[in-house]
Design a protein. Structure first.
Lengths: 415, 415
DNA sequence: ATAATTTAATTTGACGTCTAAAATAATGTT
DNA sequence: AACATTATTTTAGACGTCAAATTAAATTAT
């Protein structure tokens, strides 16, 4: 049950939807904001003036568009998010590296940087210090002080704990429970949050139609690992501790193939790059896989071999498709989604995977459930994790920073 | 993204939380309503007067309680839900029978009735007519006209489609896509909704602390079949078409044991009454199971045999536990819940099931996820489906009927 | 008995937000 | 130059909450 409602809630909610409208549709006239949000022109005027006063919004200084001769009446003046309202940093932790992106409030990336970090062998303390150094350098390079950055959103591969602010388990680290938020917040005093990388991919994929989509969807990431981001009733779902949708480590076959995570039978052990490669090469699936990522060119060669008639390779892709298909079948039975989006570099080999994938879904789920769900493929964009993290972080700002304080009336001080 | 907020939203939301507070905590004084909802005494006065005016609430006529001698000041007058505000009917469709319960607005069951119906062989039309007759008789027996009943909430075993208002697939019917809502709504003009029985069990289990619980939980039903109700962020989750959490027909083993639904490898084929019985009796799991429910006394005997040293029986329960455990492991990996509740007659044999169940969860899920979730057992209550359907239906009323219309001001007519 | 105290509930007056309707602004058309 | 059209702002009013003051109904103290 949600809590009580009052005028403050109304205020926050409406300012939030106005910002959200600009974020997903770009700059527009006040009239259009009204049409899109359902708020009256009068309210839009009030809200826009307040947001402009708060430096969250600005009026664009454009010469009126005269391209459409049938256009009459007073020309519109468009408003947009004020890029200078705030800066945020999106940070991606993956095997062997940290990637940073500095973003303004409008979502434009101002600077980005990849730094190689030998994450795997690092202890918690060492990683914390490294992170601090890397962020400090990044700030210096962009002539920023910590107080100029409002939030740092972190995406990490593996099981993240958003409550404790740690990476509970990740292929990027030998050690477990690596604190990430704490070293950042104490060093810089910047608010920080952590999430699973697959959830951030889902944020990225959904960023476009977040405004309109209110259904349940699963975004599957296929590549060096297998991940999933769940969108439930329009919102990316993070679970009790932020570890939701660990699709790659959802069990596929009890006592099955050995996985990077040290257990057996995970979906990833069949459907990730290394899993596919392992079965294509007829290596035993009971041995621990290598901890390093598979070279993309190797996977490309394997795909082409499969397409060229290499039966072992083709069988490996079919096995992967079947694993993902059964995993999706189980997810569908549980969640009854209306949409599945396949994404990530693994979709390049979709032609090899799809038949087995569809067959598995058909075998694994009652018809009534199976026919409701549309399966789509998203364009492969390696930046999706950063993009999604940016989207999630900025949306978080929308709902907190600029929609919070009530306007102070100054009747008192005027006397 | 939710839509715009205005004073009407505030009004609905606050009236809703007041009704909800009374529903889950029973009658109480206005002060306590204020404390519980966070609304000011002034607002509670206003809201209470309006709800009383709408006949949704009433002031209790009690002699002040003098048992506590330290009690001073003006005594409280408690308010409660007005039982006469509305009547609703909860309806349960199961194999071979329809059960009805007539309930007042306060949640008290006024009358209930079971009618034997040969559902399995029935076609859609015949079932529709039967339903109409049974409801008509029930209304007559209670001296009610259709217009006296505001809503009929239906719970059915199997895959329900809340959008189409049908039973898409159910062990209760040989035929598929049986319309349920349409024959009721057209015959009586009463609003009607349909949901899966396991979701209604979850409603029942959560009804107590719905007001406070905002986490993610899975309620597992074990018995003649296996079902699940998912509670996501405090609300029972129904999925895109109302078919969510078909745990029983979530695939366990590809190409595994034959299930009532006509497919192979469903969890239910291992962990339901008939699945357990089948494996205890060493019958082939590749043959279609009987369509009728297993006699409870047979299951009781089987349990005792297992406890008494019957190795086949014990192994069958262990197999069931393992199936449920792996299913839960998969669910945990996907949803990262904080709570699992085991319920239903099957929990009577929990001692036989639990070791294998826990072992499977340990094997099937990363430690980081597994340790976050508490596993509880709910008291076995065969009425849970009806109870939950009542709770869900009344809550639906709370949020629609009595929280809708704005107060009409009559300044116009006073001139 | 009567006054003081305590707790519950209501009334009053102010505030914040939204909206319809009227007014104003800025342009194109006749 | 007057009129038409579209965008935005201003104005006046409605609705809902809340803090503070008031009223209500009991118990305790004197």
């Amino acid at each position: 049950m949600r809590g009580k409602a009052d005028s403050d809630l109304v205020r926050r909610q409406n300012r939030h939807i106005v910002l959200e409208a600009l974020r997903s549709h770009g700059p527009m006239a006040r009239v259009d904001l009204g049409r899109l949000t359902g708020l009256s022109p009068a309210s839009i005027t009030t809200i826009a003036n307040q947001l402009i006063g708060d430096k969250a919004m600005l009026e664009l200084d454009e010469t009126p568009d005269r391209s459409d001769p049938s256009r009459r009446g007073r020309p519109t003046t468009r408003v947009d998010l004020n890029p200078d309202a705030a800066h945020v940093i999106a940070m991606k932790i993956s095997i062997g590296g940290i990637e940073l992106a500095l973003v303004d409030f409008s979502g434009k990336i101002i600077a980005r940087k990849k730094t190689a970090v030998a994450t795997y062998e690092m202890g918690a303390d060492e990683f914390g210090h490294q992170t601090q150094t890397i962020i400090q350098t990044f700030l210096d390079e962009n002539n920023l002080k910590p107080c100029d950055v409002v939030h740092i959103g972190v995406a990490a591969q593996g099981v993240t704990d958003s409550v404790l602010g740690t990476v509970a388990w990740s292929p990027a680290f030998k050690q477990r429970n690596i604190p990430v938020i704490e070293p950042i917040e104490t060093e810089f005093g910047i608010k920080c949050s952590i999430a699973n990388d697959a959830n951030m991919i889902a944020e990225g994929v959904m960023a476009g139609d977040r405004y309109s989509y209110t259904g349940t969807a699963a975004v599957v990431f296929m590549g060096y690992g297998v991940g999933m981001g769940l969108v439930i009733e329009g919102k990316v779902y993070h679970g009790a501790t932020g570890a939701a949708a660990e699709f790659g480590h959802m069990n596929h076959i009890p006592n099955g193939a050995f996985c990077r995570c040290g257990r057996s039978g995970c979906l990833e052990a069949y459907a990730s790059d290394y899993g596919i490669l392992r079965s294509a090469e007829n290596r035993s699936d009971q041995l621990p896989p290598p901890s390093s990522a598979v070279d993309p060119t190797v996977m490309l060669a394997l795909e082409n071999a499969a397409r060229g008639g290499d039966l072992n390779a083709a069988a490996a892709y079919a096995k992967a498709g079947s694993a993902i298909g059964f995993g999706l079948a189980r997810m569908i039975a549980l969640l009854n989604p209306d949409r599945i989006v396949l994404a990530g570099p693994g979709t390049r080999a979709l032609d090899l995977i799809e038949p087995a994938l569809r067959a598995a879904i058909e075998e694994g789920v009652v018809e009534a459930l199976r026919t409701q769900v549309k399966i789509e493929t998203a364009p492969i964009n390696t930046d999706m994790i950063i993009t999604g993290t940016i989207a999630a972080t900025l949306r978080h700002l929308d709902s907190t920073i600029f929609s919070s304080g009530p306007m102070k009336l100054q009747t008192e001080s005027l006397t």
